[in-house]
Each structure stands twice: as structure tokens, then as C-alpha cells.
Design a protein around this ligand. Structure first.
Ligand code: FCB
Length: 444
């Protein structure tokens, strides 16, 4: 039986993007670690780069107009640190600030609420040369950068996200070598994670001072973790994965401490922490941003990192080989509500990569993405009815873009981008999303 699931009044529907993935305009900004990583042979699919990307730097007006046509209420984008401070510190590139000022003004003209992420992975290369996030000083440089941005945009931007997915920055970038800067070193990765968290805490009062009535949060990538079987070893392995992936960031932010079980497991490899750090990291936030794509099913596996391994049960998978598991979103939102009592939750990313094809008449019939979104909207709705303080939902992504190590080979957009002409084509999922937004409801 189908039913209509209505969302609370004022629910904020939007899409999300990130600077390096869409902007291009490389000649008008400083270099970042992803520019360097793209030039490291074998690291990024076919050596793709962010030099042009979707050329949003030049086409932003059209992109905002398209968002308005689709009825978007909010837009989550990130600021390129090296576009503001080409050397990471010191001299400000006023042209960079002008760009974001024009973007914010254009959004507001269309009554679209800007949600600004300060760091979505594009660390200035100049700072990487000084040690990057492994150097404690980078946290203070980040705080300075936050100050420059909030001074310029803080009168019009009231929603701030300090970091996007610090787990990915720390571990994909410094333990698995799959993201910039490309290292494989656990103690280094743990130190990076700590400095990211510290920088989050340092920025909070700066953002509050510079933006009256600011709502400040952090975005974490989170997944429910399920044991492959009910065997004690698998259950314990799943608990470790939860500690590694979810609790390592949730507990410092909400409880001012690292999870004890993981601290013991890491042993001599734990990060160096100054006495005041945990208090800084625990400064109150106004919302938690949740990026949800899939769950993790884990089994005990000696000889692997943390003696565990992810397995892939039978089911439906996206083009990223991520399991489609919408009920995990309900489970996750309710668990966060129960264990951490956030003041508010936003889904700051959710979406899927599909093998999209543009038809000769400019259509993309992405029925799998429509089904994915519909099921996840319904799962979010269920969490709301059970008490999760969910205030908004940002689909990843507005348009196809540079998908990190996968280059342009994976398409997550609800708008198709033809990379040779840079023309945008709304997919069926964009039309579906527009109707959900217009009705503030989804049929399940
Ligand atoms: C998230 C990232 C985002 C995008 C999606 C697919 O981990 O935050 O930039 O790449 O995955």
C-alpha cells in the first residue's frame, strides 16, 4: 500500500557540492593537495584533475538559477582555502572572497539558504609542505582562515560546517593512501584526526563572533556497523569498526574524550594531545551533519587491520559498489539521537552513483537513483516520526563532478554534466526531487 509521507514544515531540502569537485578556475587560486595528488601517477583515475571540473567558478549563476528552478530551499557548498589564502596563510586573494560573496548573494536573491563548509579536503599545498594536518600549527592556520571567511560572509551566511568527513581526511588520506596527501601511516593518521578535531573546536568561537545567530556544526561520514554473524568474534569486530569509523569522531565532539576501547587498541600509536584540547573539541555545536551512503557488514579477520574485514552481502549495489541499505539511515539517525542527543541533525550528503546515459534528446532516465532517493527520504521520515531532530536533507550531488580518486568516472549528480561542452542536463531524479520539494512529501 502506498502512502504519502509529509515532512515537517520548513524542512530544508537542498543539494551539496564541494569546491574542488566542481569549481575549476585553477588559475585564480593557490594549489591544493588534490592538485598534487592528481599528478601522482596511478593515484587518480586516468590522471583526471580539478583544473576545469564543472567550471562552476565561471558558471555559478546558471547553476544557482537551475537550483532555483528545481525549488531548492538550501545549498551546501564548500570554500576553497587556497582560493582565499593561496599560501594557506598571510595574503588574502580578494578575488576569491569576491567569488564567494557573489555566490552567496546570488543564492539569497533566489531565497536559497547557504550552508558553508569550510574544509572539504583541499588543503593549500603550501601548508602541506609545512607538515599539513600532521602539524599542530595547521589547526591554528585553519582558525585564522575561518576568521577571514566569516568576516567576509558572516553577515549573510548563518549555517557553518567546520569540516567534511574528518575520518576520510585522516584515514583515506594518511592510512590507506587512497586520498591526498597519500600516506600510509597509522600514528600519523591519528595525529591528523586529532588536529582536525582541534581545528573544529578552535573555529567555533570565531564563527560565533563573526556571524550573529550562527548555527555551527561538523559533518561526519557515519555508517551503522553490523556483524556478519552473531559469533562473539564478529560482534567484537563490528564494535571495533564502529569505534574506528564512527565513535572516534563522535565521542570527542559530543563527550570530550576518545573512545576507551580504541585508545587501548591503538596503544603506543595514539595521538599527542595538549591538556586543553579535549575541552576545545567539545565546545557545543548546534547541529551534526550526517553523510550517509551505506552500512558496513564486518567479520573477524586476523591479519587484517584491526583484525576485521568488510564483507558484501547479497543485495543491490550502486556503481561505487556500495550496498543500497536505506533502513540503515533510520537506524543511524535514531542511534545518534539516543547516544549523543544532538540539538539538530541534517543529512548533509546522501545519494548514489549510477551508470547514467544521456539520450540523444538530452534526457537521463536514472530510475535507480530515483528509487534510491525515494527509499532514503522515506527512511529519514521514519526517523523523524520516531523522534530524530532532523531538520534538512542535502542530496549529493547537485551535478556530476570530480569524484576524488575515481576522477570523472563516477556520476553522483541529479544533473548530468557533459564534460566536453560543460552543458548541464537535469536527470529524471532532478525532476523527481523537485516534486518532493514542492510537496514537502514523498510517496513511499
Ligand atoms: C563523500 C564526500 C563527497 C563525495 C561523496 C560521494 O565521502 O564527502 O565529496 O565524494 O562521498
Amino acid at each position: 500500500m502506498s502512502s504519502v509521507l509529509e515532512f515537517p514544515q520548513g524542512f530544508l531540502w537542498g543539494t551539496a557540492t564541494a569546491s574542488f569537485q566542481i569549481e575549476g578556475g585553477i588559475e585564480e587560486r593557490g594549489r591544493c593537495i588534490w592538485d598534487d595528488f592528481c599528478r601522482w601517477p596511478g593515484k587518480v583515475f586516468e590522471g583526471h584533475t580539478g583544473d576545469v571540473a564543472d567550471d562552476h567558478y565561471h558558471l555559478y549563476r546558471d547553476d544557482v538559477a537551475l537550483m532555483a528552478e528545481l525549488g531548492m530551499k538550501a545549498y551546501r557548498f564548500s570554500i576553497s582555502w587556497p582560493r582565499i589564502l593561496p599560501e594557506g596563510k598571510g595574503e588574502v586573494n580578494t578575488k576569491g572572497l569576491d567569488f564567494y560573496n557573489r555566490l552567496v548573494d546570488t543564492l539569497l536573491e533566489h531565497e536559497i539558504i547557504p550552508f558553508v563548509t569550510l574544509y572539504h579536503w583541499d588543503l593549500p599545498s603550501a601548508l602541506q609542505r609545512l607538515g599539513g594536518w600532521a602539524a599542530r600549527d595547521t589547526a591554528y592556520r585553519y582558525a585564522d582562515y575561518a576568521g577571514v571567511v566569516v568576516k567576509s560572509l558572516g553577515d549573510r551566511v548563518h549555517h557553518w560546517i567546520t569540516h567534511n568527513e574528518p575520518w576520510v581526511v585522516a584515514f583515506a588520506g594518511n592510512l590507506f593512501g587512497a586520498h591526498a596527501p597519500g600516506w600510509e601511516d597509522l600514528p600519523l593518521a591519528l595525529q591528523v584526526a586529532h588536529h582536525l578535531l582541534l581545528s573544529h573546536g578552535l573555529a567555533i568561537p570565531i564563527l560565533r563572533d563573526g556571524s550573529r545567530g550562527a548555527h555551527i556544526g561538523i559533518t561526519l561520514n557515519l555508517s551503522p556497523v553490523h556483524p556478519a554473524t552473531s559469533k562473539v568474534e564478529d560482534v567484537a569486530a563490528a564494535e571495533r569498526q564502529d569505534g574506528f569509523f564512527n565513535r572516534w569522531f563522535l565521542e570527542p565532539v559530543f563527550k570530550g574524550r576518545y573512545p576507551e576501547d580504541m585508545w587501548a587498541i591503538y596503544g603506543y600509536q595514539v595521538p599527542r594531545i595538549a591538556p586543553e584540547d579535549m575541552r576545545i573539541i567539545q565546545r557545543p555545536i548546534d547541529f551534526l551533519g550526517v553523510n550517509y551512503y551505506t552500512r558496513a557488514v564486518i567479520q573477524h579477520s586476523p591479519s587484517k587491520f584491526l583484525d576485521l574485514e568488510q564483507i558484501y552481502p547479497e543485495g543491490e549495489y550502486t556503481a561505487m559498489h556500495w550496498e543500497v541499505y536505506p533502513q540503515g539511515l533510520t537506524e543511524l539517525l535514531l542511534r545518534l539521537t539516543k547516544d549523543y542527543a544532538p540539538q539538530a541533525l541534517y543529512i548533509t550528503e546522501n545519494g548514489c552513483a549510477c551508470e547514467d546515459e544521456l539520450t540523444p534528446d538530452g534526457q537521463v532516465h536514472d530510475s535507480k537513483r530515483v528509487a534510491y532517493l525515494r527509499a532514503h527520504f522515506a527512511a529519514a521520515h521514519q526517523a523523524i516520526t520516531q523522534g530524530a531532530p532532523l531538520k534538512g536533507y542535502f542530496v549529493w550531488s547537485l551535478m556530476d563532478n570530480f569524484e576524488w580518486a575515481f576522477g570523472y568516472s563516477r556520476r553522483f549528480g541529479i544533473v548530468y554534466v557533459d564534460y566536453s561542452s560543460l552543458k548541464r542536463y537535469p536527470k529524471d531524479s532532478a525532476k523527481f526531487y523537485a516534486s518532493v520539494i514542492a510537496q514537502n512529501a514523498v510517496k513511499s
